[in-house]
Design a protein around this ligand. Structure first.
Ligand code: URA
Ligand code: CA
Length: 433
């Protein structure tokens, strides 16, 4: 087999076989296929697309390019949850203890973040002393004994994807649905879950800016997951405004704790119930979504979910007393309220730009080498659809550095107030097969 012939084939829109795809991924991972041939191939995929079958072969070949995590010694059906990314998305930190508290094993491997705020792992590190590097045996033991552990990605997970993603980044081939779908699903499959719940976000704060693309991506990933023998479903959710109120690492942990205490923001709670119910059903702990939701509501109302989070923090070396005393978190030096300049209704909050504002404060990384300031960020007090009066606080900025005038201006420009009430829609679709 020669790579040039396979590029030619894909260029002409001919479908590739399993063998051919395995040849490409194997060769590229070991280095016998050079970047320039892979670049040409990726560009052909960009223009010619792939069938669900080709994408499945591609995904499995990428998953098999490195370690395949074996979670079979964990009892029960392991359900993983993955979001395609958003701003202020605190969902996983609420979901992990919540679904664990109703008996679903949560063996969560999460990444660090590049962008607006840290990833789930970075956010958890905002809890004093919390350890995200856990040896494999301990990780499995914790999930078996307590149903929940969250760890950083260990080992050599889907190295083909790592190499391809870096190449796509510099060859203008990131925004290709078969390539995004295989990239995400290869890592999910390699990390060993039996079933996968996807949150495919859409809107200004998301990878997929429009609903049609988000639907196609969701549909593709659900097909691949199911063809690969992992029960997979996707929720399509709106990310045109940030999720919840807090954007920033410590601020989001506090938001997660508040949500586990039953006081969280409405949209975050909705997201948690929608995704959580799907996870509980896929794990076989409830026969219907309604039944699952009742289980989750009970776990939240009784404090069982909050206690599970306390147990999880303690098991991973963290200071669980933060749950009752937020002053144990680090503080920001400057806390500044931005008063509304007009009365009316918030009709738009530009998620991506609010995320960038948080990043400029230090909440996220602009490059892989940057360090994160856990204690900075923003808290929105008015979400889309809510009424606001002149002088009322729109948002609080938590900062450690001056000047922050640029951030203030940015926030003012990206929170629009109009005179008509609008009703935001969070869940934009559900795809189950
Ligand atoms: N996230 C990934 O992991 N891969 C992509 O290609 C895009 C988003
Ligand atoms: Ca949030």
């Amino acid at each position: 087999m020669r790579m040039v012939d396979l590029i030619e084939k894909k260029k002409n829109g001919v479908n590739l076989s399993k063998n051919e795809i395995e040849f490409i991924i194997g060769g590229y991972t070991e280095g016998s296929i050079p970047d320039y041939q892979m670049s040409a191939f990726l560009m052909s995929v960009y223009f010619q697309d792939m069938t669900d079958e080709e994408i499945t072969y591609l995904t499995l070949a990428m998953a098999n390019s490195g370690d395949m995590i074996d979670l079979s010694s964990i009892h029960g059906i392991k359900v993983d949850k993955h979001s395609t990314g958003g701003v202020g998305d605190t969902t996983t930190i609420v979901l992990a203890p919540l679904v664990a508290s109703v008996g679903v094993p949560v063996a969560k491997m999460s990444g660090r973040g590049l962008g607006h705020t840290g990833g789930t792992i970075d956010k958890l590190e905002a809890i004093p002393d919390f350890q995200v590097e856990i040896p494999n045996e301990r990780f499995i033991q914790l999930v078996n004994e307590t149903k929940v552990a969250v760890t950083g990605q260990s080992g050599d997970l889907a190295p083909a994807d790592k190499k391809m993603y870096a190449l796509r980044d510099v060859t203008a081939t990131v925004d290709s649905i078969p390539l995004i779908a295989s990239s995400i699903m290869s890592k999910k499959i390699a990390s060993g879950a039996d079933a996968i719940v996807l949150d495919v976000t859409t809107g200004e704060g998301a990878f997929m800016k429009n609903l049609e693309d988000a639907k196609r991506l969701a549909q593709t990933m659900v097909s691949i997951g199911n063809l690969a023998g992992r029960k997979t479903m996707a929720v399509i959710s709106d990310m045109s405004q940030p999720l919840g109120n807090a954007v920033g690492n410590t601020l989001e942990i506090i938001e997660a704790i508040e949500t586990l205490k039953g006081r969280g923001p409405k949209d975050l709670k909705e997201m948690v119930y929608v995704l959580g119910s799907q996870m509980v059903v896929l794990a076989g702990k409830a026969a219907s979504l309604d039944e699952a939701k009742i289980l989750l509501e009970d776990a939240l109302a009784s404090g069982k979910a909050l206690e599970k989070f306390r147990e999880m923090i303690t098991n991973q070396g963290g200071d669980a007393a933060v749950i009752d005393d937020y002053s144990r978190f680090g503080n920001a030096k400057f806390v500044i309220d931005l008063p509304a300049k007009a009365s009316g209704y918030v009709h738009h909050i530009h998620a991506e730009n609010v995320g960038i504002a948080a990043m400029l404060l230090g909440a996220g990384r602009q490059t892989k080498e940057d360090s994160i300031d856990y204690n900075v960020g923003v808290v929105l007090h008015k979400k889309v659809g809510e009424a606001v009066a002149t002088g009322e606080s729109l948002v609080t900025i938590y900062a450690n550095t001056e000047p922050i005038d640029e951030v203030k201006e940015m926030l003012y420009q990206n929170i629009a107030i109009g005179d008509k009430a609008v009703e935001p829609v969070l869940i934009r679709g559900i795809i189950t097969e």
